[in-house]
Design a protein around this ligand. Sequence first.
Ligand SMILES: NC(=O)c1ccc[n+]([C@@H]2O[C@H](COP(=O)([O-])OP(=O)(O)OC[C@H]3O[C@@H](n4cnc5c(N)ncnc54)[C@H](OP(=O)(O)O)[C@@H]3O)[C@@H](O)[C@H]2O)c1
Length: 268
Amino acid sequence: MVTLQPLGNTGVQVSEIGLGTWKYHGGVEPLRRGIALGATLIDTAEMYRTENVVGQAIQGMRDQVFLATKVSGDHLRADAVLWAAEASLKLLGTEVIDLYQIHWPDNRVPIKETMQAMETLVDRGQVRYLGVSNFSLRELQAAQAVMSKYPIVANQVLYNLNARDIERDLLPYCQQQHITILAYTPLDDGRLAASSRFRRNRSTQVLERIAAEVQKTMAQVALNWCLSRPYVIAIPKSDSVERTVENCQASGWRLSAEQVQQLDAAFA
Ligand SMILES: NC(=O)c1ccc[n+]([C@@H]2O[C@H](COP(=O)([O-])OP(=O)(O)OC[C@H]3O[C@@H](n4cnc5c(N)ncnc54)[C@H](OP(=O)(O)O)[C@@H]3O)[C@@H](O)[C@H]2O)c1
């Protein structure tokens, strides 16, 4: 079963492996299998056009899942935020979104206007927790500074062995503030999996060796490496039941500190 981790400072526990749904074409089965294995955090967005299939997949088990969706960065005016949330609720077939995230920042709209609208959604009971996505440290701090009632509990950003920019400033800040990082594209779009059509290099050879050592797949090791960082959870996407099961089994165990260091060095 997928292990739970705290979501920011909320006191709520979420699955450390979630189910991503960008370019998801798997139908309801992979999502349902993932949920059965404890990957109960599902990530979607108004822009993905997958809220509908997520809504279908969770029918009859809404209380078992933690639903994360996003308002498009093109809809950050106050009235657009409120309207987008209504549309997402309808497509998801639910009365409340667990985590509502701003998909990407838009510096043409005052951040205060957007964050106040996000807070209104919590006041209305349509959203439980607020998050952002693709926010730099500066943008995150600017958003935090204009919040008057509720905290930002998560920032969803690109993070995998090949993409480690956030380690410079955003990750340490979020860890210190207890803001969860939802690591997107944690498999580097499949490049960190054994079946990758990309040629192996010296880094992926280390990944392959460690996978053999711990008797896991390369994808599982790549995901577990994300989980070795405090306050990081990973949200891989797969259209296949088999690979969804494989990804869920990236949880429930840990690489040793030495193995993590070897991966850090190999992918530096
Ligand atoms: N906030 C944002 O701006 C943003 C941006 C990008 C992504 N995201 C979120 O993050 C989620 C995941 O990111 P992603 O979809 O970009 O990339 P990803 O999860 O790193 O990789 C997905 C790709 O890897 C393949 N794959 C999955 N599991 C595998 C396994 N065990 N072995 C081999 N191949 C495997 C998938 O193919 P199959 O489907 O055929 O298995 C797919 O081609 C998205 O779905 C979305 O929810 C958010």
